[in-house]
Ligand binder design. Structure first.
Ligand code: NDP
Ligand code: GDR
Length: 342
């Protein structure tokens, strides 16, 4: 019988790549989708035709219990979150509820549906395996570079704090109830499906718009921030591998290479055949209240224990995104409309 996976955040970037990967592996894939008439759900249904949808919201405990009862999953991937860091200052409480407390609600749904009792410290922990989408944003103001599984956390945004809560809670459910519950500490990963608010996609779209005469400038915040950027299609494979391992452990996932936003801009504009200095304007209002200056992964544990390695280089990723946006805009597509996903 096919293994069954339940993915929260199915309408997001990672949800789509993970669903495709699991379908290729022969899984029956279910996506948890929220909202009465969420337009991203109907678009997702058109693109991922083999994914089955179950309604639920990370804010609603009962809906998660019902979803787990209905799907009876072998594996749960908790990707749902408010994931845009600047929004977490605007709506800090909501971010705590969805990105932080949502993890507690999902773990509780699994615990209850698996019949794992609160008192059973050494219980088998049930059969459902759980993946939590932890983030390099938990490292925040870094104490060492590169960052590995033992690096201390110093989050710099309400988003990072909420992720740290979810991370420790996942660890705690593993230790308290013997659940197979793991966190992937993923560094930034991007694709042509990335939301237009994130810097890589904003830059790719900006370069494409300027190239096609649809815009004359691109406004950006801090050009000196450095990140470890990889391809989302590579990273979802690591999520799956983490749930197939012999024992539940957390892993850092990234490329081990860092680039600045300035280098990203140079690469994207060059891929579009443009000189970036003529078009990019820096805007103080786009700077963050507390910035994460640099993040760089040490993914050695994942390479050695899971056999995972990223395949797509930074230059290939940027070129892929710029080309996709040139095609999208040339075809009259709407960058905010997920149905135009490549
Ligand atoms: P997206 O922002 O693209 O997707 C977020 C998803 O969360 C959407 O499907 C959204 O659904 C869903 N969601 C939002 N609120 C709720 C809610 N109340 N209940 C249920 N679902 C909800 O994120 P990514 O795909 O980029 O990232 C996936 C996960 O990985 C996130 O948890 C993110 O924080 C984390 N992460 C991402 C990294 C990256 O570089 N991409 C790096 C490290 C961690 P809806 O359509 O309903 O809004
Ligand atoms: P990040 O991604 O905050 O790292 O979180 P984002 O692409 O938003 O920012 C990366 C860096 O670029 C700088 N920057 C800008 N960012 C945006 N969005 N817009 C701008 O105009 C701009 N100018 C400069 C930022 O200051 C920052 O330093 C992403 C999300 O996917 C999280 O959910 C995830 O956990 C982390 O990656 C790892």
């Amino acid at each position: 019988m096919a293994r069954r996976a339940l993915i929260t955040g199915i309408t997001g970037q990672d949800g789509s790549y993970l669903a495709e990967h699991l379908l290729e592996q022969g899984y029956e894939v279910w996506g948890l989708a929220r909202g009465q008439a969420n337009p991203r759900v109907s678009r997702m249904r058109k693109l991922l035709t083999d994914v089955r949808v179950v309604r639920g919201d990370l804010l609603d405990q009962g809906s998660l219990i019902s979803a787990v009862e209905r799907v009876q999953p072998d594996e749960v991937y908790n990707l749902g979150a408010i994931s845009f860091v600047p929004m977490s200052w605007e709506q800090a409480e909501l971010t705590a509820e969805v990105t932080g407390m949502g993890v507690l609600r999902m773990l509780e749904a699994i615990r209850v549906c698996s019949g794992v009792s609160r008192g059973a410290a050494s219980s088998a922990g049930g059969q459902i395996r759980f993946y939590q989408a932890s983030s390099s944003e938990m490292f925040g103001q870094v104490s060492e570079t590169p960052q590995n599984e033992r690096t201390a956390f110093h989050p710099r945004s309400p988003y990072g704090v909420a992720k740290a809560y979810g991370h420790f809670l996942t660890q705690n459910y593993r230790e308290s109830y013997g659940m197979y519950a793991v966190s992937g500490i993923l560094f930034n990963h991007e694709s042509p499906r990335r939301g237009a608010e994130f810097v890589t996609r904003k830059v790719a779209l900006g370069a494409a718009r300027i190239k096609l005469g649809l815009a004359t400038e691109l406004r950006l915040g801090n050009l000196e921030a450095r990140r470890d950027w990889g391809f989302a299609g590579d990273y979802v494979k690591a999520m799956h591998l983490m749930l197939q391992a012999g024992k539940p452990e957390d892993y850092v996932i990234g490329t081990g290479r860092m680039k600045s936003v300035r280098e990203l801009v140079e690469a994207a504009f060059s891929a579009a055949g443009l000189e970036w200095e003529r078009y990019v304007v820096t805007d103080q209002t786009l700077h963050r209240p507390a910035e994460v200056d640099l993040l760089c992964a040490d993914p050695k544990k994942a390479r050695v224990q899971l056999g995972w390695e990223p395949r797509v280089s930074f230059d290939e990723l940027v070129a892929m995104m710029v080309e996709a946006d040139l095609r999208l805009l040339t075809d009259g597509g709407d960058p905010h409309d997920d149905s135009s996903w490549p």
